[in-house]
Design a protein around this ligand. Structure first.
Ligand code: PLP
Length: 389
């Protein structure tokens, strides 16, 4: 029963559901001995030289507010990093904002561009944090089901979902939960489709350092796209720095100026100590991801081989650290499959529906876990799958 004061709480916020990842995660303690393949963060520690830089920053009393957009040094380093690695060119002075993780970056972008009634097109299945932010802005998410195109958002599919209310398209590649990247020719077709349209593109490139086939390419590098694209990226995955909460927005000044106001009033600035760590990561640690990338790639191959041996259909991912096999042949919903596997085989994976309804028929397995855990988790999964017949 709602009290009268509860009735006064923002209905948009009350309507937000607890994420499916969290719901599944909350069940794990009920099953002692269960192994978790649900984790969405690197199992590596933050590189030592980055930790040392943060300790020095504390000793040198770099413990005050910084410029709202972050220190000019960290913005210059971010500018240098994305130019070296991806050919993106953004001015440190007025085109880059340092945020509290990519989570906050996504929030300030959406708040700067959305109005009630407008639509945001996004490929599904997709990272679950976009939809609540879209709904809080009284805008509408429009999912493009990518299940029958190997989780690739094709220009043709995208075109069918654009309306005169479309304010923005989200391109989250490499993808959480599928691990897919967009092939260069598809990215070009999408750029050609969107170039002359009156809308923005949010390119969430948080897994850009974890690409196993080919090179990461940003849509903002295509002719005419920089003006309408906001690139978000960060250090959580590339440098195993989830807890430091450092992200960035890269966008032309006319957009960055508006986002900076939102960021100023909700956060003031990112942590000064974390910014010092980020400066080190983006300069002396420009290649820090390469070792991790090799380990992840081997694990990816291992997981995919094991799943195929179990008879599961799997699209071999080319990035991030997730695999998203189909479980539809068992006739169970992805939620029931995950809950039963947890109870009967003591291994946790994330049901596909945690990533919108377009994830039904799949589960997400994270390989950001030690190889021994991964191997035992997959042994248990194999026994469970056999028991289903
Ligand atoms: C696609 C995607 N975007 C953004 C984030 C948020 O990352 P951060 O830790 O930088 O807030 C995540 C985290 O899992 C993610 O998977």
């Amino acid at each position: 029963m709602e009290t009268s004061l509860e009735a006064l709480l923002n209905p948009q916020v009350k309507d937000i559901q607890i994420s499916g990842i969290r719901r599944l995660f909350n069940l794990i303690p009920n099953h002692p001995g269960a192994l978790s393949l649900t984790i969405g963060q690197p199992d590596f520690p933050t590189p030592d030289h980055v930790k040392e830089a943060a300790k020095r920053a504390i000793d040198e009393n770099q413990t005050t507010y910084t410029h709202n957009a972050g220190t000019i040094e960290v913005r210059r380093a971010a500018s240098y990093f994305v130019e070296q690695r991806y050919g993106l060119r953004y001015r440190a002075e007025d085109e880059i904002i340092t945020t509290n993780g990519v989570s906050e970056a996504i929030d300030i972008v959406l708040r700067a561009i959305l109005e009630p009634g407008c639509e945001v097109v996004l490929p599904g299945p997709v990272y679950p944090a976009y939809e609540p932010l879209i709904r809080m802005a009284l805008a509408h998410p429009v999912y493009v089901d990518t299940r029958d195109s190997d989780f690739i958002l094709t220009a043709e599919k995208l075109e069918r979902h654009l309306t005169d209310r479309t304010r923005c398209v989200i391109l989250p590649y490499p993808s959480n939960p599928t691990g897919c990247t967009l092939p260069a020719d598809e990215l070009r077709r999408i750029a050609d489709l969107l170039r002359d349209k009156n809308l923005f593109i949010i390119s969430d490139e948080i897994y850009s350092e974890l690409v196993y086939e080919g090179e990461h390419q940003s849509i903002a590098t295509f002719p005419g796209m920089r003006e309408k694209t906001i690139v978000v990226n960060g250090l959580s995955k590339s440098h195993a720095m989830t807890g430091w909460r450092i992200g960035f927005t890269f966008a032309p000044a006319y957009i960055s100026n508006q986002m900076l106001k939102v960021h100023q009033y909700n956060a003031t600035c990112a942590s000064s100590v974390s910014q010092a760590a980020a400066l080190e990561a983006l300069t002396n640690g420009i290649d820090d991801a390469s070792e991790m990338r090799k380990v992840y790639r081997d694990r990816r191959d291992y997981v995919c081989d094991r799943l195929e041996q179990m008879g599961l259909e799997v699209t071999r991912p080319s990035g991030a650290f997730y695999v998203f096999p189909s479980i539809s042949k068992f006739g169970l919903s992805s939620w029931d499959f995950a809950v039963r596997m947890l109870a009967e085989a003591l291994v946790a994976v994330v049901p596909g529906t945690a990533f919108s309804e377009t994830g039904e028929g799949h589960v997400r397995i994270s390989y950001a876990v030690f190889i021994e855990t991964l191997a035992e988790g997959l042994n248990r999964m194999e026994r469970f799958v056999k028991s289903l017949g």
